[in-house]
Design a protein around this ligand. Structure first.
Ligand SMILES: Nc1ncnc2c1ncn2[C@@H]1O[C@H](COP(=O)(O)OP(=O)(O)OP(=O)(O)O)[C@@H](O)[C@H]1O
Ligand SMILES: [Mg+2]
Length: 423
């Protein structure tokens, strides 16, 4: 296994979750190279440092906010004929990886398509040009413009950053004051959550009233292959924290097909020609509307529930595709799975978790993973980054998987005391 082809993974998610692509690459006989500008983001303690050392072939230091810098950092591997591919598993690096892959002659997404997916304003513009059903939108460059934009798209509206992920900074605003206040918050920093320069301003969008699903796609030489559709559950507004997923969707085929048609139209509009895509759709009274296109594999536990439901290991197939191999999208199981996420109801200090013993008695529970450490400060969930833990359930049908998962989620509690109250 030590002399397999090298695959470059440019940054990754935090915690154990982020190591999965590296581990899976190893299992596939590839040599994973982690390209990062800050190894400390992942090697947070001795255990993670050791796991990274055991898993990666090498850690390559580079300015991962810059396609040319990543290209140069990987060039020695390419010149030695070792490098077979490069992959971004989180949104922030999709464009950089597309540029580096193009420069190094590796399989990859067209850089223009990567940019169109990565920048929510660009997504909206190309989708508007191509007639993809989506919310009305205005980019605002000042608080005053944001309020005017909200008046033009109508209240309530959604105010969001152009290039974050995990719902960070996405907020429902009902009044001009909320819009102006949120504009101020979003534009306080010139850098995004990964330290990359942000485009200026915010997007103000029409609020799509409906339920949410996502369409998981893998685009190969044979065109876009729809892996399936995921039902999503969200926490109450004004934020949009994802608190659950079920795969496959429980919706009737006709509804599912309408959503898939809009997702594929959006992928055509941005020119998606390679790799995974996770396309988010709101089903409204007027039909499906595009929320956004992510030119990467679905995050959170979606890959896991697809694997539990179908036997298809999407992460492995995405790695194979980027390594220049033919992915195998065959399904070996006809079941269903669901995930649910735990967030704090109120802010304070996390004392611990309750109900794990009850959840473990339920049928089909495959994982209860609680990563927030007792003693740490938590807040009411505002984005997916505030999730404290999750559970995964498998059942024969999506309806059963969703019911068991919801039942489990209601048993699980995060015990939080006010920050100023002694324990
Ligand atoms: N115009 C809108 N109308 C209604 N809801 C919206 C709108 N825009 C965004 N949302 C909600 O906010 C969530 C996050 O928005 P969006 O997908 O644009 O941000 P993101 O940070 O890239 O998300 P992620 O990376 O988690 O997929 C969406 O999944 C959706 O639930
Ligand atoms: Mg999204």
């Amino acid at each position: 296994m030590t002399d397999g082809p090298v695959i470059a993974i440019v940054e990754t998610g935090r915690g154990e979750y982020g190591l999965q692509p590296l581990i899976r690459a190893r299992e596939l006989g590839l040599r994973p190279v982690l390209v990062t500008d800050d190894l400390g983001r992942y090697a947070v303690d001795d255990a993670s440092r050791e796991l990274i050392e055991r898993t990666v072939h090498a850690v390559v230091s580079a300015d991962t906010t810059d396609g040319a810098a990543v290209t140069e950092a990987l060039r020695p591997y390419q010149e030695r004929g070792e490098l077979c591919g490069a992959l971004a598993v989180i949104d922030y690096y999709v464009t950089v990886v597309a540029e580096a892959a193009r420069a190094l002659g590796l399989p990859g997404l067209a850089p223009q398509a990567a940019h169109a997916a990565r920048n929510k304003l660009r997504t909206r513009e190309v989708c508007l040009e191509h007639g993809v059903p989506a919310p009305r939108f205005v980019r605002a460059m000042s608080a005053r413009e944001a309020v005017r934009a909200a008046e033009s798209v109508g209240f309530p509206c959604v105010v969001k950053p152009l290039t974050e992920a995990a719902s960070i900074g996405v907020r429902l605003c009902r009044t001009a004051e909320e819009v102006a206040g949120h504009y101020g918050l979003l534009t306080e920093s010139a850098l995004d959550m990964r330290g990359i320069a942000k485009p200026g301003g915010v997007l103000v969008e029409e609020y799509l009233t409906g339920y949410e699903l996502s369409v998981e796609v893998l685009t190969t030489g044979a065109g876009p292959q729809v892996v399936g559709v995921t039902d999503k559950a969200l926490a109450p507004h004004p934020y949009f924290v994802e608190i659950g997923e079920t795969f496959p969707t429980q919706l009737p085929d006709a509804v599912r097909d309408e959503a898939v048609a809009v997702a594929l139209a959006a992928l055509r509009a941005i020119g998606h020609d390679f790799g995974a895509a996770h396309v988010e759709i709101k089903m409204t009274a007027d039909g499906p509307r595009l929320v956004e296109v992510n030119a990467r594999m679905a995050g959170a536990q979606i890959g896991r529930i697809i694997r539990e439901a179908t036997g298809l290991d999407l992460l492995a197939e995405v790695l194979r595709l980027h390594a220049g191999l033919e992915p195998e999208l065959s399904v070996s199981r006809n079941a269903a799975a669901a995930s649910r996420y735990l967030t704090a109801v109120d802010g304070g200090v996390l004392d611990g978790f309750g109900g794990v013993d009850l959840v473990e008695r339920l049928p089909g529970v495959l994982a209860v993973d609680l990563y927030a450490r007792p003693g740490t400060e938590v807040r009411r969930g505002r984005s997916n980054a505030d999730v404290l833990g999750h559970l995964v359930v498998r059942a024969d049908t999506p309806a059963e998987a969703a019911r068991w998962a919801e039942t489990a989620a209601l048993m699980l509690t995060a015990e939080v005391r006010p920050a100023d109250e002694p324990c």
